[in-house]
Write a protein that binds this ligand. Structure first.
Ligand SMILES: [Zn+2]
Length: 347
């Protein structure tokens, strides 16, 4: 479980329970640890894994790649990616400038009125076949802007670097791993459905990888936040606003079955789209009630106080009470632990 054979390579997607199929572990998301992963490949293949490449040694026609992941990592986020990949830096370009038009527009719109954090120059790379290299550059051209937006909204990027692996195959869905995301060749488009996934997987570095749920029923703490990050990027990049995205999601949910508690969806429905959208709406409801300053201060405090550790919904409610002065339990309960969809939150 977890291994996926590609046309010319292989990948591991361990979420939620594929990890024990390739290394011995106590496969519980709360049991995080440092990792050292060593992979031997045939010549002309590159192995990509979590953390930093610390050694690369060649012996006859084989190569051994050793990675070290120092920040604690949940077992399901461990991955191995093997293919005919070359590693390219992603050009930061004008995005390193802190006063680009996009930044100014975002501030004017009050999108990120929380504490400002100086943009961090996080090294970003893409592992991709030579054939797909230029398409990957185009598809990922806005990723550094996404990075800067999320650093401003969520707090410092929690790892030393970030790599996107583009498999030389179509993949059903992209996926997140610690310090990496894996896209299919079909996820490199300029249109919203590709760009939102690139933003979504990046946001998981904060919500899911650094702050990892202590048990799977709290999956909204990963997917609701990553979905909300998509909406933030939509507004920041000149698309529909967070409010518009939220309302569209609410409208769709309001016409579907209301028979799922997203705060405890059960194993069959843990990746149901309602967990994503309604989780993001729960955050939006909180933001509408407390205002942008308190909301983004909360997100910064949340990611920094709990970096590289385990979290649960009760922790988030406590943090929200503290940052906003609201009774967050009363506000979030109908979104998370009742089936009926609450009214759309308006200021
Ligand atoms: Zn996700």
């Amino acid at each position: 479980m977890g291994w996926e054979e590609l046309t010319d390579g292989v990948l591991v997607a361990g979420q939620p329970n594929g990890a024990p199929s390739w290394f011995p572990c106590n496969d519980h998301p709360r049991h995080k640890s440092a990792f050292r992963i060593s992979i031997t490949t045939d010549d002309n293949y590159r192995a990509v894994s979590n953390g930093r490449l610390v050694a690369r040694t060649r012996k006859s026609s084989r190569e051994t790649w050793t990675y070290e992941q120092h920040e604690p990592m949940a077992t399901y986020l461990a991955t191995v990616q093997i293919g005919r990949y070359t590693l390219m830096p992603l050009a930061a370009g004008a995005a390193e400038d802190t006063h680009t038009a996009a930044h100014a527009a975002g501030d004017a719109a009050g999108v990120m009125a929380g504490p400002t954090t100086a943009p961090t120059a996080v090294p970003q790379r893409v592992a991709v076949s030579a054939e797909l290299a230029s398409r990957a550059r185009e598809g990922l051209a806005r990723q550094n802007d996404m990075m800067r937006t999320f650093v401003r909204c969520f707090g410092p990027y929690p790892f030393p670097e970030y790599t996107v692996v583009v498999a030389d195959d179509d993949l059903e869905i992209p996926l997140e791993a610690q310090t990496l995301s894996i896209l299919g060749r079909n996820h490199l488009g300029q249109e919203w459905d590709s760009q939102r996934l690139i933003a979504h997987e990046l946001a998981h570095q904060w919500f899911g990888n650094s702050l990892t749920l202590a048990s799977w029923q709290d999956i909204w703490l990963h997917e609701g936040f990553a979905c909300y990050a998509e909406w933030i990027w939509s507004e920041e990049s000149g698309g529909p606003t967070v409010e518009e995205r939220a309302y569209a999601a609410w409208r769709k949910l309001s016409t579907g079955a209301q028979d799922l508690m997203i705060g405890d969806p059960g194993p069959e429905l843990m990746f149901d789209d309602r967990v994503y959208k309604r989780g993001a709406l729960a955050l939006h409801a909180l933001r509408v009630r407390c205002g942008d300053v308190a909301f983004f201060a909360l997100l910064h405090q949340w990611t920094q106080a709990n970096a590289h550790s385990s979290v649960c919904t009760a922790d988030f409610i406590l943090a929200a009470d503290h940052a906003t002065g609201l009774d967050s339990e009363q506000l979030l309960h109908p979104w998370l632990l009742e089936e009926k969809l609450p009214e759309f939150p308006r200021a």
